[in-house]
Design a protein around this ligand. Structure first.
Ligand code: F6R
Length: 363
């Protein structure tokens, strides 16, 4: 079943283009038009969105929040399911609750859905598992089509969740008229290139992690930094690394460094920085320069031929240029590969990290 791959994690990282293609298929046509009528949801009266999820799915939710707020101008709350279920949450029948779960069986996420029932919220389940419990609890279902994910650490299911939320953001923007038709179609056509761009990232990064892995050989801990859409990607990169390599790793908004975490920085605390684009890239660069000045070994995730990245990074992991909507997916690829290669370098079983289960059906 593994084919040419040494483990399921590597296989599933490489299945991301296919997971994206299958998740977009039938929901996004060649002109860039989105069709989510399969959900049967009437989105016209939605005035607020709440995302409930755990772990990696929560990070996909944070990316969804950014896009829904920017395009559809709706307030979005992203809630940790285990907290939300006991929080006596606020909402009404116009609140759309988006419950994201690869397995569809996560107890805390199911309980969060139940909590949303008290205020009459409509629940959309974004899940990878047909017939799972959550598909029965929700009002509507948007299946991610990543195929079975065997590795405990989620990769291709995450990519598919991000794509599903991108579709939802475009659909909410269309229904609400917050983005012009032309721009919506153009964003839709960009989104259609997700499989191609993620495949390009995989090709570009093949066999390129060695120097970065070396920086982690004596690591006590590590920090993952990003701003804007790169922040949730940093959180996900840190989660991936800590769960399979057992190196304490934290994701931080790059601008928060000076409020505490920079005290951690020394030669044994590598910093992985997703530089991003535009104004945020400049801001991130200056935050990362501060860590480098304090001795951090920086792994910069940047576009090819980025001279500033070469200056600040001991190692640069290059990603292809991509339309804005696809960048979080593209940035995720080097972080997944890095986590995988650091853990295998330590002789660890990446598919079955200690203390973890694929599906968390206890509280
Ligand atoms: C991390 C990981 C977990 C899951 C979380 C939710 O790699 O896989 O954090 O994302 O346990 O699981 P689902 O999506 O099945 O509800």
């Amino acid at each position: 079943e593994l084919g040419v791959y040494e483990d399921f994690m590597m296989k599933e990282i490489h299945e991301q283009p296919e997971a994206l293609r299958a998740t977009l298929a039938g929901r996004l046509d060649a002109e860039g038009r989105v069709d989510l009528s399969e959900t049967g949801l009437d989105l016209r009266h939605v005035n607020r969105v709440v995302v409930v999820a755990c772990g990696t799915a929560l990070h996909a939710g944070l990316l969804g929040k950014g896009l829904i707020e920017r395009l559809a101008r709706l307030p979005v709350e992203v809630a940790v399911a285990s907290e939300y279920r006991y929080a006596d949450p606020v909402g009404d029948e116009n609140t759309l609750v988006v419950a994201i779960s690869q397995s569809g069986e996560t107890t805390d996420t199911l309980a969060a859905v139940e909590a949303a029932r008290y205020f009459g919220g409509k629940v959309l389940a974004v899940t990878n598992t047909r017939g799972s419990l959550i598909t029965r609890e929700a009002d509507a279902v948007l299946l991610t089509e990543a195929g079975p994910e065997i590795c405990v650490a989620s990769t291709k299911a995450f990519a598919a969740q991000v794509a599903a939320l991108d579709l939802l953001a475009l659909e909410l923007a269309r229904v609400r008229g917050t983005v012009s038709d032309d721009e919506l179609l153009s964003l839709g056509r960009d989104l259609r290139r997700a499989p191609e761009k993620v495949a390009a990232a995989l090709a570009l990064l093949e066999g390129k992690t060695e120097a970065a892995v070396e920086l982690f050989e004596d690591a006590r801990c590590s920090l993952f930094l990003g701003r804007g859409p790169a922040f949730p990607v940093a959180l996900e990169g840190a989660l991936k690394l800590k769960e399979i390599s057992y190196i304490p790793s934290e994701g931080y908004a790059a601008g928060e460094m000076k409020h505490g975490p920079i005290a951690l920085v020394d030669e044994q605390c590598p910093v992985v920085a997703i530089l991003g684009e535009g104004v945020l890239r400049e801001k991130t660069l200056s935050n990362v320069e501060e860590t480098a000045a304090r001795g951090a070994n920086v792994v910069a995730i940047a576009r090819e031929d980025d001279a500033a990245a070469d200056r600040v990074g001991r190692v640069v992991l290059c990603v292809p240029d991509a339309p804005e909507i696809l960048r979080p997916l593209v940035w995720s690829v080097p972080l997944q590969l890095l986590a995988h290669d650091i853990a295998t370098d330590r002789g660890l079983d990446v598919d079955k990290p200690r203390n973890l289960a694929k599906s968390v059906t206890v509280e």
